[in-house]
Design a binder for this molecule. Structure first.
Ligand SMILES: Cc1cc2nc3c(=O)[nH]c(=O)nc-3n(C[C@H](O)[C@H](O)[C@H](O)COP(=O)(O)OP(=O)(O)OC[C@H]3O[C@@H](n4cnc5c(N)ncnc54)[C@H](O)[C@@H]3O)c2cc1C
Length: 269
């Protein structure tokens, strides 16, 4: 690592209450699986020097139902999701997404809370949660609030998360219809997405994209067009006005526009 370890100040929490109390006392960057944080530490681009290890908080690992709502603990790893019968029954597209995250090592350590808080527009779980109208559960010492994931991001890599809060869970309500997830990257494994689609084809179609704008995008206008019975060519035209991909080192805006259209067609057929 280019960062000297002795410059870093690390505390560990043994319980959620303790973690929240520490964050109330002083700002510290939470460390979950650390798979994103290590990359920035290695490149020497990480500003924070004070960290809070939350990996031991087993209370944030549970995957359960609250009535009809699937509740995924923030520390649920991709491996835990892949192995969960509940997720397979309720949210199979999240399993499709989890299987394509990194490789097995990353799937064993990477967490949902980390993917969401890291706020990359290429985060693979984000379109799944956007398509499902999921809510992010944020907790501080004295309050808990629920933020729809479509309002969690305020811009490129910025969120409404406060320094004294942790993501504790993601609540996913049931949505009727057939789920679809597709990630397009340079290769099938260990590739950061060039573009991602997650959709539900049911009475109320839902579709969300990753890597086509500074934040995950719910294609509201495209959905309305599809719900109103528009043909797929018309829906693609609406979609092209709804997304704003950029040229970057992974892909070009023109390519992303074209692939987004192709993915929408494939989802709808
Ligand atoms: C080789 C490699 C391949 C990868 N492939 C993919 C991929 O295919 N798709 C993909 O989407 N990502 C990929 N990633 C990125 C990363 O693995 C995921 O984003 C992962 O989900 C991050 O989870 P983590 O627990 O490791 O987060 P960490 O690195 O621990 O944290 C990431 C950020 O989230 C914050 N954070 C973590 N948990 C919480 C919480 N509960 N509350 C508040 N803030 C929190 C941290 O403070 C930090 O800012 C890859 C990374 C590597 C190194």
């Amino acid at each position: 690592m280019k960062t000297a370890v002795q410059e870093l100040d690390l505390r560990s929490a043994g319980s959620l209450d303790e973690a929240l109390r520490i964050l109330r006392e002083e700002p510290r960057m939470p460390l979950a699986g650390t798979t994103d944080v290590y990359v920035s530490l290695n490149f020497g681009t990480l500003e924070p020097r004070r960290f809070l290890d939350i990996w031991a908080l087993d209370e944030l690992r549970t995957i359960s139902l609250d009535g009809d709502t699937l509740v995924l603990g923030a520390l649920a790893t991709y491996t835990a999701l892949i192995q969960s019968p509940l997720v397979a029954a309720r949210l199979p597209m999240l399993i499709d997404a989890a299987r394509l995250v990194g490789g097995v090592q990353i799937q064993n350590r990477g967490t949902l809370g980390g993917n969401i808080a890291n706020a990359s527009p290429a985060g693979d779980s984000l379109p799944v949660f956007a398509a499902m109208d999921a809510q992010v559960v944020l907790r501080s010492v004295d309050a808990e609030r629920l933020v729809p994931i479509t309002r969690f991001y305020t811009g490129y890599r910025t969120t409404v998360l406060r320094p004294d809060e942790l993501i504790v869970a993601i609540r996913v309500p049931p949505v009727g219809g057939r789920q679809y997830f597709r990630k397009v990257g340079t290769r099938a494994a260990l590739a950061i997405s060039k573009i991602v689609i997650a959709g539900v084809r049911g009475p109320e179609p839902r579709v969300a994209f990753g890597s086509v704008a500074p934040t995950v995008v719910r294609a509201w206008k495209t959905e309305s067009a599809l719900a109103a019975g528009a043909g797929i060519d018309e829906a693609v035209r609406v979609l092209q006005g709804e997304i704003a991909p950029i040229d970057d080192l992974r892909s070009s805006a023109a390519y992303r526009h074209r692939v987004a259209a192709n993915l929408l067609r494939r989802f709808w057929s």
